[in-house]
Design a protein around this ligand. Structure first.
Ligand SMILES: *[C@@H]1O[C@H](CO)[C@@H](O)[C@H](O)[C@H]1NC(C)=O
Ligand SMILES: *[C@@H]1O[C@H](CO)[C@@H](O)[C@H](O)[C@H]1NC(C)=O
Ligand SMILES: *[C@@H]1O[C@H](CO)[C@@H](O)[C@H](O)[C@H]1NC(C)=O
Ligand SMILES: *[C@@H]1O[C@H](CO)[C@@H](O)[C@H](O)[C@H]1NC(C)=O
Ligand SMILES: *[C@@H]1O[C@H](CO)[C@@H](O)[C@H](O)[C@H]1NC(C)=O
Length: 276
């Protein structure tokens, strides 16, 4: 009987020690997480501004803080499905595209290849190599009503609603970029897909319609193809492109391989005009 009581008291003590130990451990974990959160290691949203500023500083002659403030006017404090392309007027006024002759490159469904090419060759410039295109390339952002903050998560996707901050930005920037085109214009399209000129693409819906003669004289489509490509320059979607183009602008289509592009970018700059 005596021994039985002692043993159960012993058990209770052990259980209490175990409980206190677990509680202390939990407390330590909570404190560590709280400290990490406060110093910014925790599950905080990544900030947009540092990336924006760092990319902006790579361009000379701009007040990046002013560019950031003009950009924010577009979406901060607004419903993330209520941002139109006009919302970016202050930004576009602050950082307008200069008219550029014979060097602008448009693209659709060839993002990696076209940027590798423009980086290697320095003959052509895509919108992503301009200040506005570069600072926001690949990023997501939005605001919220009643908040002055910029969010990078929980924002609407490209097709969730038409007037979302990211989509309106790219529509606006690509339209203004197309307006700045002059002389010969190039467009790199994808010959490995069935419809290289897709009506839903930014190029089709927003850029082609903005090329006007005599400012723009020629459109050269560079169809990046392989041995057994899905499409060639005879494809019906490219006939549609010609129909939508200002009829006074001359049109050419060239089928080139990725290897051709590589050879072309290895040539000296004075041959920029006749890569294809
Ligand atoms: C064309 O599109 C296909 C399928 O999306 C992709 O795998 C390929 O890399 C693209 N080609 C070019 C030249 O970008
Ligand atoms: C682009 O260039 C990089 C580095 O030269 C290479 O690793 C990558 O495969 C290239 N991408 C395409 C799509 O050609
Ligand atoms: C947002 O507003 C608060 C309080 O008015 C202010 O302290 C903070 O700096 C503002 N943040 C931004 C990003 O403007
Ligand atoms: C282009 O593609 C069509 C069908 O997709 C084919 O009939 C035609 O021979 C091709 N033309 C050339 C020049 O390869
Ligand atoms: C050519 O373009 C049309 C749409 O304009 C498309 O339906 C067709 O599949 C395309 N590709 C080929 C290989 O014919």
């Amino acid at each position: 009987m005596e021994r039985g009581v002692t043993r159960s008291a012993e058990k209770r003590r052990r259980r209490r020690r175990l409980f206190l130990g677990a509680f202390a451990l939990l407390l330590v974990v909570v404190v560590i997480l709280a400290v990490l959160y406060v110093v910014g290691v925790g599950p905080k949203e990544p900030a947009l501004k540092p990336t924006f500023m760092e990319r902006c500083e790579a361009f000379k002659g701009y007040e990046c803080e002013d560019v950031w403030n003009a950009f924010q006017l577009g979406y901060v404090g607004k419903d993330p499905c209520g941002v139109t392309h006009e919302a970016y007027d202050p930004l576009m006024v602050g950082v307008p595209f200069r008219s550029t002759c014979n060097r602008l490159m448009f693209w659709s469904k060839t993002k990696d290849v076209v940027h590798n090419f423009t980086k290697e060759s320095s003959c052509y410039v895509t919108v992503e190599e301009t200040l506005l295109g570069s600072v926001l390339d690949g990023l997501t952002w939005c605001g919220k009503e009643g908040s002055n903050e910029t969010f990078t998560t929980g924002c609407p996707g490209w097709t969730d609603c038409e007037n979302n901050p990211v989509r309106s930005f790219w529509n606006r920037v690509s339209a203004d970029f197309a307006d700045s085109a002059c002389g010969d214009v190039a467009a790199m399209l994808n010959g490995s897909i069935a419809t290289p000129f897709h009506p839903d693409s930014v190029f089709a819906s927003n850029e082609v319609k903005r090329f006007h003669f005599p400012r723009v004289k020629r459109l050269q489509v560079v169809l990046v193809s392989q041995e057994n490509s899905a499409t060639n320059c005879t494809n019906a979607s490219l006939k549609n492109l010609q129909k939508e183009l200002d009829p006074k602008i001359s049109y050419e289509c060239r089928e080139v391989t990725e290897a051709d592009l590589h050879d072309c970018s290895a040539r000296p700059k004075e041959f920029c005009g006749n890569c294809w």
